[in-house]
Design a protein around this ligand. Structure first.
Ligand code: NAP
Length: 293
């Protein structure tokens, strides 16, 4: 029987584990992969406060599990498959065990969808990115491509147009699904060139991306490719228990409390998340402090 069980050991979950265990709560983190979260796939991080040199995600996250364990937090490598309420306690079933807790903190995140072109996986972190705020700065005065036609792709193309020299916005149809006002801003931005009715067939380069080849075989030289073709919100465990918004993100209040008493949601799974390490860590602290209260 735990006071708090945290599901997911990315920056949000680990920060929550550090705070909850240090506050004296008997705390367990369940993680299906290795602790650290999807940020461990990033090769360069320079906007996390307190680091003066560029670090890889692996380097940045290396100490977080150790720090949580130092205060007594347990971390087990098990996937939470089912969640129920029994006798006023939350019960979690994994492939191996079942656990009970008074409060739950859900930190299972969200994953950007892949566009599916040749070289996408190979060049991720080497010119292919899924986050303009994280990586846009590396492309100052360079040419980049943005893939997608939704709100995220157009908003991020606008953001990148202020940093990059030129942004190619590549969409597979001839109509965007983004809000008309956002489309208008894109149409009025001089350094965004829109390419309709094309998919990216492959990226090419050596160590880093040097360009893309479109389905029409047109070749475009770019230094970076930003993919925004939708997100998969990892809400399977809680989707029938807590209120979600229309995109499947978990609704929370300022305490990170969901609509179900005793369930908190933090990091990329919650609505309005800015999907940044520092924000996820902040969410973790807020949820842990409130869950302990
Ligand atoms: P989205 O609306 O699902 O758009 C995904 C885009 O990627 C679509 O244009 C889609 O093309 C394209 N796409 C999908 N798979 C692709 C592939 N394999 N190759 C190339 N293109 C592909 O996703 P989103 O932009 O991340 O937005 C998700 C939700 O959040 C939406 O409901 C959106 O309105 C909302 N959102 C709102 C705001 C805001 O209100 N400010 C900001 C961001 C997001 P098709 O159009 O041809 O399907």
């Amino acid at each position: 029987m735990y006071d708090i069980i945290i599901i997911g050991a990315g920056p949000a979950g680990l920060s929550s584990g550090i705070y909850a265990s240090r506050l004296g709560a008997k705390t367990l983190i369940l993680e299906k992969l290795t602790p650290g979260g999807q940020i461990t796939l990033s090769s360069e991080i320079e906007n996390y406060p307190g680091i003066c040199d560029v670090k890889s995600g692996l380097e940045l996250m290396a100490c977080w599990p150790k720090q949580a364990k130092k205060f007594g937090c347990e971390i087990v490598n098990e996937e939470a498959n089912k969640l129920t309420m029994e006798n006023e306690k939350w019960k979690i079933i994994t492939h191996k065990n079942s656990y009970e807790a008074k409060a739950l903190i859900i930190a299972t995140g969200a994953n950007p969808k892949k566009a599916g072109f040749e070289g996408e996986i190979e060049y991720t972190g080497k010119g292919i990115s899924y986050c303009a705020v994280c990586d846009g700065f590396f492309y100052r005065n360079k040419d980049v491509a943005v893939i997608g036609g939704g709100d995220t792709a157009l908003e991020e193309a606008l953001y990148l147009s202020k940093i990059a020299k030129k942004v190619y916005l590549i969409h597979r149809r001839d109509k965007f699904r983004a809000a008309p006002i956002t489309q208008e801003k894109v149409f009025n931005t001089k350094n965004i060139e829109i390419i309709y009715n094309e998919n990216v067939k492959k990226v090419f380069g050596n160590e880093f991306v040097e360009g893309i080849i479109l389905s029409s075989d047109k070749k475009i030289k770019v230094d970076g490719v930003f993919v925004f073709v939708g997100m998969k919100i990892n809400n399977e465990l809680v989707k029938d228990l807590v209120e979600l918004n229309k995109w499947g993100e978990v609704k929370v209040d300022l305490n990170m409390q969901t609509s179900a008493k005793g369930i908190y949601a933090i990091g990329d799974i919650r609505e309005n998340s800015v999907k940044q390490i520092v924000a996820a860590a902040g969410d973790g602290a807020i949820a842990a402090i409130n869950a302990c209260k």
